[in-house]
Design a protein around this ligand. Structure first.
Ligand SMILES: [Zn+2]
Length: 378
């Protein structure tokens, strides 16, 4: 049985970590790492670098967990080199290294357990507790990372897939496309030849990034820090020419901000995004969900004529690069719970709350009818 760690415990632990990090106490090296939101870098406790404000800092048990969350190791203190401080941390690091060195190997919990000399159950629990994901999810993520790297370097698709451990299985190829959010061939271009302008504005739900080519919007994202949003844009389009310029995209950003305040029910903005055939169908279906309404992943799967593809629909929602304009926040689990959201569940909840409130207010009821004359919601 997995017992949930009480919140107070976490707070106490993290305040101890913060104290150790501020004291640059080397005895804590290998017990945890801390990552800085604004820079995207993580460090060991003894790193000589200047400390940011506490609210910029996130703690991770392991370097691998920090990297999994998208942070890069600090060049000064090289946090990956610190040996793990206790047997659980050591076990998880060994599992990570084993998976990383042989991504082609279809490891199971049994073989991994055998390898490490522990029971599969213990391995799974320990890994999940310290990494937040299972060994299998970790292997998938590493494989995808490697594939992205190879494609960015310009390797041809077949070779990149092979080298990243996808072998020649068509199932894995489809998985790669779903995870990339596009076909590997499109990803390989990485926005080559595209010219992207973007702006970041402060809004109701934190920072809002809107990026566009001359053809339309290619990314809309929400977050806490401008630097992180800009970095994510560059990761999405590594080969594009990207510049920050408010003039071209400002009107679109304004419209989206109006939407966020609840004053713009329909975001009918031009898009410039590439998608697999499946994603295109899902995303088009999402754009049909009226303001203030929700659907389940199952509803969407049924609407596109693939009632069994519920998980693939959820993945297509998760890889939507233009949040809000393609309203993936209007899709929930069948039991009514929120499901996931790339930009944070609190934001999803806030978006839905605003939409419901605006829709139910009598003053806007007439407006709603005129915006969606063709839709009748049961
Ligand atoms: Zn450092």
């Amino acid at each position: 049985m997995i017992r949930e760690q009480p919140r107070a415990d976490k707070r106490r632990r993290e305040s101890k970590y913060w104290w150790a990090a501020r004291a640059r106490n080397a005895r804590w090296d290998g017990s945890f790492v801390f990552a800085v939101r604004s820079t995207g870098i993580y460090c060991r406790p003894s790193c000589p670098a200047r400390r940011p404000a506490r609210k910029q800092v996130i703690f991770f048990a392991l370097p691998e967990a920090a990297e999994q969350a998208g942070f890069r190791p600090c060049r000064r203190c090289q946090p990956r080199e610190a040996p793990a401080r206790n047997p659980s941390l050591e076990l998880v690091r060994r599992v990570c290294r084993t998976i990383e060195t042989d991504l082609e190997e279809p490891y199971t919990l049994q073989t991994l357990g055998l390898h490490m000399g522990v029971s599969p159950g213990h391995l799974q629990r320990t890994f999940k507790r310290l990494m937040g994901i299972t060994p299998r999810q970790y292997a998938d993520a590493r494989r995808l990372d490697k594939l992205k790297g190879r494609l960015r370097e310009g390797h041809n698709v077949t070779r990149a897939l092979y080298e990243a451990g996808y072998g020649s299985s068509s199932r894995l190829y489809e998985q790669a496309a779903a995870q990339l959010g596009m076909t590997p061939a499109t990803y390989r271009r990485g926005g080559r030849g595209m010219e992207i302008g973007y702006t970041i504005v402060k809004g109701r739900l934190g920072r809002l990034l809107v990026a566009a080519t001359e053809r339309g919007i290619c990314m809309v994202s929400l977050g806490d820090a401008a630097a992180q949003l800009a970095a994510a844009l560059r990761r999405e389009y590594p080969n594009a020419t990207i510049h920050r310029e408010a003039s071209g995209v400002a009107p679109w950003a304004k419209t989206i901000q109006k939407y966020l305040r609840g004053n713009q029910p329909r975001l009918n903005l031009p898009l410039d995004v590439e998608a697999t055939a499946f994603q295109r169908r899902v995303w088009e279906e999402l754009r049909r969900i009226p303001y203030g309404s929700t659907r389940s992943y199952k509803d969407v799967a049924r609407a596109i004529g693939q009632p069994r593809a519920v998980r693939a629909v959820a993945r297509a929602c998760a890889t939507n690069p233009v949040s809000l304009v393609i309203p993936c926040h209007r899709v929930l689990r069948s039991d009514g719970s929120l499901g996931g959201y790339r930009w944070g569940l609190e934001r999803k909840q806030a978006l839905l709350a605003t939409e419901t409130r605006k829709r139910l207010r009598p003053a806007s009821a007439a407006a709603h009818r005129s915006f969606f004359p063709e839709t009748r919601v049961k």
